[in-house]
Structures are given as structure tokens and as C-alpha cells.
Design a protein around this ligand. Structure first.
Ligand SMILES: [Zn+2]
Length: 214
């Protein structure tokens, strides 16, 4: 059995009592977890397991392997307390969803340009596109529509499209189902307000950076 991903069932948990499943030197697996492992451009969470710092979280298929600092004495079957850096994770959740909204608005309003990369940290999110012009020409439309969505404080539905394969999606009113296995906020209003910045990445490559304004 792969780890049960409590960060999907309740993305607002910052602490969890769980059980160690396997131990291979400094790499362990858990029965349940709240610590996200890098995927889909979303950064891994920082945190501890049984008081030991998580140095790395690695997703492999539907399992997550946590590398701990050496010197731990955890064994299979041990009950442990897992904690994550909630302040950082919540910023990531807000920026993640801000990026989701911006990407969907780009697609809806600017003809689905090819996306060539994305990354989300607690400081900023970015999305890269193939785009011939200065992408900041999109910003008045994106900012106006994003503000409307945030102010409408729409509920965000997040669920499995395939529980067996652990494929997730999110949906808000007016948008189609968008596949994503990240951790999502519950309502658009949680984003607060956002700020966009353009970076030129090279010929026909444009980046939109997204920051939380507060
Ligand atoms: Zn997402």
C-alpha cells in the first residue's frame, strides 16, 4: 500500500500522527502523510518526522520516499508525529492557485499558447509560454479577470478523476476540469491579491511571474 496522501484529503493539516512503514537507512515511507513531494512544478514541503528533519521528499509512482537527517532511530511500525512548515505551505497553496487561474485565463483569452514550464515556490510562481510578443500585453485582461474571480470567492472543488491511479483535478464555476495533483485552497478569495511581472526568456519565450501582493 502506497502512502495515504492526507495533503489531498485535508490540505490544511500542519501536523499528523502517523506510522512508519519502511526504513531503508535514512529513507523512510509512511502510512499517511501531509508532506507534499515535488510534482507538477509545486515545491516539496519542509518539515519533520518524529522530530527529524525531512531533507528530501521524492515521489516515485504513487509512493513518497522521505530522506531524513542521519542518526534517526526510527523503525517500521513506530508511531510518529509529522509536522510541516505551514506558513510556507500556505503561501505555496495560494501562489499555486493564483498560477492555476492565470494559466486558465491565458488559455481562455489568448488562444491556448504552448506552455513550456512552470514552477511554484513560497516566494513566487512562474509560467513560461511560447509567445511572439511582449506577454505583458495580456496583463490588463489577466489582472482584471483574476481580481473578479478572487473577489467572487468561488469554491474550488478538488477531487480524484481516477482514485486507482491517483489522478486529481480541480474545478471552479466557469472553468472545465483541470488535471492537477497539487494542494489546493478551498476558495479563490484566499489568494488575496496578486501581482504579475514579465520576464523575457529568449526569442519567442515569455515568462509570467506571479507574486502575492500582501
Ligand atoms: Zn493545481
Amino acid at each position: 500500500m502506497a502512502v495515504r496522501k492526507m495533503f489531498w484529503e485535508d490540505p490544511y493539516l500542519d501536523e499528523l500522527s502517523t506510522t512508519v512503514e519502511t526504513v531503508n537507512e535514512d529513507i523512510i515511507t509512511l502510512r499517511e502523510t501531509i508532506a507534499y513531494a515535488f510534482a507538477g512544478g509545486q515545491q516539496s514541503d519542509e518539515g519533520t518526522i518524529g522530530g527529524y528533519r525531512i531533507l528530501k521528499a521524492q515521489k516515485n509512482g504513487i509512493e513518497i520516499y522521505y530522506s531524513l537527517e542521519s542518526g534517526h532511530n526510527l523503525k517500521s511500525g513506530d508511531k510518529v508525529l509529522q509536522k510541516i512548515d505551514w506558513e510556507k505551505r500556505y503561501k505555496i497553496m495560494k501562489l499555486h492557485f493564483a498560477a492555476e487561474i492565470i494559466l486558465e485565463l491565458v488559455n481562455q483569452n489568448f488562444g491556448n499558447p504552448e506552455k513550456i514550464g512552470a514552477n511554484i515556490t513560497s516566494e513566487k510562481a512562474r509560467i513560461d509560454f511560447i509567445w511572439e510578443n511582449n506577454i505583458s500585453e495580456m496583463f490588463p485582461v489577466l489582472e482584471t479577470k483574476a481580481k473578479q474571480l478572487i473577489e467572487a470567492n468561488k469554491p474550488i472543488e478538488s477531487a480524484f478523476s481516477s482514485e486507482e491511479d491517483q489522478i486529481r483535478y480541480w474545478k471552479i464555476e466557469g472553468f472545465g476540469r483541470v488535471p492537477c495533483g497539487g494542494t489546493h485552497i478551498k476558495r479563490t478569495g484566499e489568494i488575496g491579491s496578486l501581482r504579475l511581472k514579465r520576464e523575457r526568456q529568449g526569442k519567442n519565450k515569455e515568462r509570467i511571474e506571479i507574486y502575492l501582493a500582501q
